[in-house]
Write a protein that binds this ligand. Structure first.
Ligand code: APR
Ligand code: ZN
Length: 253
C-alpha cells in the first residue's frame, strides 16, 4: 500500500477539476525509457541533452534523425499502461486535462482527449527549412542505427525533423496557452497529479508551483524524490501504473 493514498483519494473525491502534469515516468511501464535513467542499447553513451538540440541537428541531421526514427519505431511496439488507462477513465468522473512533457502518443491511445504536448510530439514531422508538415510513413530502423538520412520535404527538399521541442527552442504556443489556461481555471479543492517527472526542465517544472498558487492540492506520483516534491502537498512514492488505477478505482468504484 502506498502511504498517503487515502488522503489523495479524499482530495480527488472533493475535486471538480483534475490537471495532470505527466513526464517520462508516465510511460516507463509501457517500456519507454525515461531520460535520466540508464538508456539501453546504442544510445546509452549519448546524453539526450546533447542530441535534442538545434546545434546537434545542424551539425549532423542523419545522426539526430537516426535516434528519433528509432524512437518512432519503438513507439509502434509499445502500449499505453494501466496508468494511462486510469487517467482516461477518470475523465468520465472529473473534468480532466493533461499537460504532458512526453512526445509519445500513449495518452491519446489510452483515450485521453483533453491533452497538450508542451514538448511537441514525436510523430509530428515537419520540414526543418520551410516548416511544411511532413505526412506519410517514415522508414524506421528495426535496431538502433548510427545514422539515417531524414526524409526530404515534399515542398522544398529540405530535411524533415521531428516536431519535438529541442533544448533552447520555444514551446508550442498553443500547448503552452492551453496549459496556462488549465492552471488558471483551478480553484481551491481541485487536484493536480504530477506524474513521472523529475522537475528539472523549465517552464514545465514551474507548472506545479503555479497550480498550487491557484489553491489546488498538488499530488506527486513518483517512486523517488524530485525537484518539485517540495511544492507538492502529497507525495505518493509509487509508480504510475501502481498508483493511478488505485486512485481512480477508489472514486469510481
Ligand atoms: N512511474 C512514475 N514515475 C516514474 C516511473 C514510473 N514507473 N519510473 C520513473 N519515474 C520517474 C523518475 O523517478 C523521474 O523522476 O519519472 C521521472 C523521469 O524523469 P526524466 O527522465 O527527467 O523525465 P522528464 O521529467 O519527463 O524530463 C523532462 O527533459 O529530456 C527532456 O524534453 C525532455 O520532456 C523531457 C524533459
Ligand atoms: Zn521544406
Amino acid at each position: 500500500q502506498v502511504a498517503g493514498l487515502g488522503e489523495a483519494v479524499d482530495a480527488l473525491r472533493g475535486a471538480r477539476r483534475v490537471l495532470v502534469l505527466s513526464g517520462a515516468g508516465m510511460s516507463a511501464e509501457s517500456g519507454v525509457p525515461t531520460f535520466r535513467d540508464a538508456q539501453t542499447g546504442l544510445w546509452e553513451q549519448v546524453d539526450p541533452t546533447d542530441l535534442a538540440t538545434p546545434e546537434a541537428w545542424e551539425q549532423d541531421p542523419p545522426y539526430v534523425w537516426a535516434w528519433y526514427a528509432w524512437r518512432i519505431g519503438r513507439l509502434r511496439a509499445v502500449q499505453p499502461n494501466a496508468g494511462h488507462r486510469a487517467l482516461a477513465e477518470l475523465a468520465a468522473y472529473r473534468e480532466v486535462s493533461i499537460a504532458t512533457q512526453n512526445v509519445d502518443d500513449l495518452h491519446e491511445r489510452a483515450g485521453s482527449t483533453v491533452l497538450a504536448h508542451v514538448h511537441g510530439s514525436l510523430t509530428d514531422l515537419r520540414c526543418s527549412d520551410c516548416a511544411t508538415p511532413h505526412v506519410g510513413p517514415v522508414e524506421v530502423p528495426e535496431d538502433p542505427v548510427e545514422r539515417l538520412e531524414p526524409p526530404s520535404c515534399g515542398e522544398c527538399g529540405g530535411d524533415v525533423r521531428p516536431g519535438v521541442v529541442w533544448f533552447g527552442e520555444m514551446l508550442p504556443a498553443r500547448a503552452l496557452a492551453e496549459t496556462t489556461a488549465a492552471i488558471e481555471a483551478l480553484t481551491e479543492g481541485d487536484v493536480v497529479l504530477v506524474v513521472g517527472t523529475s522537475g528539472v526542465v523549465y517552464p514545465a517544472a514551474g507548472f506545479p508551483a503555479m497550480a498550487r498558487a491557484e489553491g489546488a492540492t498538488v499530488i506527486e506520483v513518483n517512486p523517488t524524490e524530485t525537484e518539485v516534491s517540495d511544492v507538492c502537498d502529497l507525495r505518493l512514492r509509487g509508480t504510475a501504473a501502481q498508483v493511478l488505477p488505485r486512485l481512480v478505482a477508489a472514486i469510481t468504484g
